[in-house]
Design a binder for this molecule. Sequence first.
Ligand code: ATP
Ligand code: MG
Length: 447
Amino acid sequence: MKKILLIDDDRTVCQSLKLLLGKAGYEVHCIFNPLNALETVAAFGPDLVLLDMNFTVDTSGKQGLEMLQKLMGRFPKLPVILITGWGTMELAITGMKAGARDFIAKPWDNDNILSSVKTILQLETTEVAPTSKTPALDAIIGNSDEIQRIKAMIAQVGPTDATVLITGESGTGKELVAEAIHDCSQRNEENFVKVNLGGISSTLFESELFGHKKGAFTGAFSDREGRFQLANRGTIFLDEIGDLEMPSQVKLLRVLQEKTFESLGSSKAQKVNVRVISATHKPLEENVAQGSFREDLFYRINLINIHLPPLHQRPSDIPLLVKHFMDLLQESYGQKDIFIGKEAMDWLSKQHYPGNIRQLKNVVERAWLLEQSKELTIKSFQPHLAGPSTRSTSGIPKVGAMTLEEMEKAMITKAMNFHNGNISQVARSLGITRSALYRRLEKFGMS
Ligand SMILES: Nc1ncnc2c1ncn2[C@@H]1O[C@H](COP(=O)(O)OP(=O)(O)OP(=O)(O)O)[C@@H](O)[C@H]1O
Ligand SMILES: [Mg+2]
């Protein structure tokens, strides 16, 4: 039986929480005086602590925060959930920074407390061997340490209700990972609803997410269900969450916090039970620091962070991905029986893909579709990688970061890799003669 320690100087709160958690099958112990907390934790050995931040003696929450810091100092691995008032969101955030796992705003909802407690305890205990086979994970191709670590994480957090924030550059597989988390969860028979928040203005936000009643605004000719209703009992995937405008951030926070919302034109609050997964290619932490993304919302969606590394950090996955994409093509276009030679595979593994896996997939697809012979060679891929995007100036380093000579050397190296050391092609692509290229290779000690 899992043990929970409740720290709250309000006896009625303690009693009612003790009853609630006791019924849910936890062994609960209450203490009213935070001064005894450390000894009690040492003696009782709880799996989780629920700590009220607002002690009546000092409503600023200073005492609660000090308590938390002491707890974290002595028991750094002990999961602590904070209970705070709505008005003291700042306190919750300071607490999260000090190491608390989650926070619950008062007045709370019993289901919210139970689900937070359950989620945090599950995250502590579920240990999944990375080798265990889960069909939902098979769609994610790759054998690098990075991908294995990500798969293990999905297997571990999937079955819980934890909110997950997936970050990573464009085309690294964020959506694929979101789907895999849903497939690994107990919600996998229910809907997985994707919302692209980047495309939703703050005027449309409420109607889109919470729905509206007929006549709620000009043009609302009939009732419409929002995405949260559609996702009820399932998972909602909030894509491009970093693009959400400020007014919408407040509205989203409220529904995530209270698990209730109202449709436009209706005063009746509706309850929802959704698991929230978000994704963004933006550096959300920086946006928080700059003030363009709410910090409280950031912590709300980010119980677990899964970061997908760019493809160039795991080049060993490239051959597997290429084979996978070729198999998919074979499946959808029928027999063509094309193979790829080792030389071409090595070459593909050495290229740079700013568009990550999506770009690699496009390159393979185009080469496959246009290939006339039985073998894909370097020549089959080259035209699709040397697109106009390589001419953009955005890739040029900052002034002062590189000398002209270093730049020249880097460009030659890149061209040599791209053309697999074919001198004529390298010279042509750089706009110099073969002998001019030889001179430079010698000068840079590259010959
Ligand atoms: N590990 C992988 N194995 C197989 N296919 C992958 C993998 N990662 C990504 N893909 C494929 O690459 C394409 C891009 O992936 P996805 O749409 O998930 O990227 P994303 O991170 O959401 O990009 P964006 O930020 O641009 O929305 C998809 O077709 C996806 O199926
Ligand atoms: Mg995406």
